[in-house]
Write a protein that binds this ligand. Structure first.
Ligand code: MN3
Length: 199
């Protein structure tokens, strides 16, 4: 069975960029709901002890009744587990290390990368995510609707931002661009580098 991962920091640790109430509801209610729905659907089936990321990589091979649940709720579980890890207090600023070098090489400068990443998040119509992915060894920016993940397309996310309204509405209302700009103050580049280096 899948379980809610513990946040690696307190609910108020990302303030003022993300408020404690938003974090509490987002982690404790929204993420928990994805897990509950996923667990409910696979309980007693051969998929009960699934590794969610493994199943997201082979969605097409799953039976139809399981596929939808894994795509939406498994995707939600995977995406949020990842999201909590790549944020942190006392973080943000320009990307450092190998990722910082790769970003400059790929996008020309950190500012250009930021501009494109923000545009991907702002431009994602409705709910979804903006991502920095590694695709065949190269960095790229992409976005997905709903809880779809680049993992299902054989790509590896190293950074992502949740642009569902539940991620920012309490503090930012309809101002998604402000929320994504604030997200840049809490990106844990050490963790992003750790993920990048492990590929
Ligand atoms: Mn969310």
């Amino acid at each position: 069975m899948n379980e809610l991962p513990k946040l690696p920091y307190e609910y108020n640790a990302l303030e003022p960029h993300i408020d404690a109430k938003t974090m509490e509801i987002h982690h404790g209610k929204h993420h928990q709901a994805y897990i509950d729905k996923l667990n409910g659907a696979v309980k007693g089936t051969e998929f009960e002890n699934m590794d969610v990321n493994e199943f997201l990589q082979k969605l097409d091979s799953l039976p139809d009744d399981i596929k939808g649940v894994v795509r939406n709720n498994g995707g939600g579980h995977s995406n949020h587990s990842f999201f909590w890890e790549i944020m942190g207090p006392n973080a943000g600023g320009e990307a450092s290390g190998a990722v910082g070098d790769a970003i400059k090489e790929t996008f020309g400068s950190f500012d250009k990368f930021k501009e494109e990443f923000v545009a991907a998040g702002v431009g994602q119509f409705g709910s979804g995510w903006a991502w920095l992915i590694v695709d065949n060894g190269k960095l790229a920016i992409t976005s997905t609707p709903n809880q779809d993940t680049p993992v299902s397309e054989g790509k590896t996310p190293i950074l992502g931002v949740d642009v569902w309204e539940h991620a920012y509405y309490l503090n930012y209302q309809n101002r998604r661009p402000d929320y994504i700009a604030a997200f840049f103050n809490i990106i844990n580049w050490d963790k992003v580098n750790e993920i990048y280096s492990s590929l």
